[in-house]
Design a protein around this ligand. Structure first.
Ligand SMILES: NC(=O)C1=CN([C@@H]2O[C@H](COP(=O)(O)OP(=O)(O)OC[C@H]3O[C@@H](n4cnc5c(N)ncnc54)[C@H](OP(=O)(O)O)[C@@H]3O)[C@@H](O)[C@H]2O)C=CC1
Ligand SMILES: CC(=O)N[C@@H](CCC(=O)OP(=O)(O)O)C(=O)O
Length: 347
């Protein structure tokens, strides 16, 4: 039997992204799941909570405190923001790599974090080491890092939609509008008024206008790629579906393009990126559901002289769990596609 060398732990395994991580990692050829934690359900079997794992991962959920002295090679934090930072603080001096799925280490400074998350950061030192884990853009830094800040779901779809044009210096500063829609699992496993069936079913609404924390995450990454200070207008919407994010991004360019030239820019940027697929027409969320793909269609609107880019991801996968596994593959030196080649699930 193939010897699975690397041991991993998932803190917060009962949540939506934690259980998606478990699903992917159960089938990963190089790792073994050593610990899965839950505070609310410690002592129960994972498969009692998530029956889809029956006979596959009948492992006991432990309290995160109990595993503090255990050794793992990679620790995934699938915890709410504001909670993850405590665990990074506790684990960062140990000989393990940490992949944090929350927003706690994605931004440039503790001050920026405080202004968008309305919370003091308890582990500001982590900002010095954290690498923004967008594998298509920062693979070299990710390979050498010990702390990866896994990108947010809306930022993943938004950043990949316009990165080629920012890298080419073609975007007119402050012309970017991002209209984004997410399925309900983006809101986490805990029920709330927002996620109540009758508030979501057959409904569709915008939220977080002008204040959503992903605005600054997207702006910071565009500013790095475009080498200038970028502001974006970002509006998220809640879709009455389980999973999926669709982004429609609009921008002005400082040079006249056409469909052929814009297609070429995207082909050049993503030619060696196996999980970005360039489409010939606007993708839908079902085209990527259950997979690690980000499907993108860049369109030049000759009439308005604007670029319109549509991108689609699965928020729980490319927007969270599979992106975290992609980062792990880079950090541990595996082939980047290992364990990530699921074909999208449709209809
Ligand atoms: N859902 C999505 O599409 C995306 C989520 N993310 C981010 O990933 C992280 C996880 O998201 P998601 O899986 O949706 O969240 P969930 O709310 O579904 O799950 C979070 C888990 O964290 C555990 N938890 C909560 N509070 C504590 C605590 N104080 N100490 C220890 N464990 C705690 C809970 O488990 P228990 O009570 O069993 O201990 C819970 O199952 C979040 O930061 C989120 O913002 C990022 C991109 C996309
Ligand atoms: C639909 C929905 O509610 N989505 C979440 C974002 C998803 C997410 O988890 O983002 P972070 O990792 O940055 O917290 C929201 O808007 O708050």
């Amino acid at each position: 039997m193939h010897n699975k060398k690397y041991r991993i732990g998932i803190i917060g395994a009962t949540g939506f992204t934690g259980s998606e991580l478990a699903r992917l990692l159960c089938q990963h050829p190089e790792i073994t799941i050593k610990h899965i934690t839950s505070e609310t359900h410690k002592g129960k079997l994972f498969s009692d909570l998530h029956p889809q794992f029956l006979g596959i991962l009948d492992q006991q959920l432990e309290s995160a405190d109990v595993i503090e002295n255990s050794e793992v090679d990679v620790l995934f934090l699938a915890l709410p923001h504001g909670v993850s930072m405590d665990f990074v603080k506790k684990w960062e001096h140990k000989n393990c790599k940490i992949i944090d799925l929350s927003g706690d280490f994605r931004l440039s400074t503790p001050a920026v974090y405080k202004s968008w998350y309305q919370k003091d950061h308890v582990f500001t030192k982590g900002f010095e080491n954290a690498v923004y884990g967008q594998p298509e853009l920062f693979a070299d830094q990710i390979k050498n890092s010990t702390l990866v800040a896994n990108p947010g779901c809306y930022p993943t779809a938004s950043i990949l939609s316009l990165a080629p044009l920012f890298q080419s210096g073609l975007i007119v500063e402050d012309s970017v509008i991002i209209d984004a829609k997410s399925g309900l699992t983006g809101a986490g496993v805990k029920a709330s008024d927002t996620t109540h069936f009758s508030n979501v079913n057959e409904n569709f609404k915008a939220y977080g206008l002008g204040v959503h924390r992903h605005t600054v995450e997207i702006e910071e990454q565009f500013s790095i790629l475009g080498k200038q200070n970028i502001q974006v207008q970002f509006t998220p919407h809640l879709l009455p579906v389980d999973r999926g994010i669709l982004v429609t991004a609009y921008a002005k360019t400082n040079k006249k393009l056409d469909q052929e030239s814009i297609t070429k820019i995207y082909q050049d940027c993503y030619k060696e990126k196996p999980f970005v697929r360039l489409r010939k027409m606007a993708p839908g969320i079902k085209d990527v559901r259950g997979s690690h793909y980000c499907d993108i269609f860049p369109f030049w609107d000759e009439r308005t002289q604007r670029v319109i880019v549509v991108s689609a991801i699965d928020n729980l996968l490319k927007g969270a769990a599979s992106q975290a596994v992609h980062n792990m593959n880079l950090m541990l030196g595996f082939e980047e596609k290992t364990g990530l080649e699921q074909i999208p699930l449709r209809p």
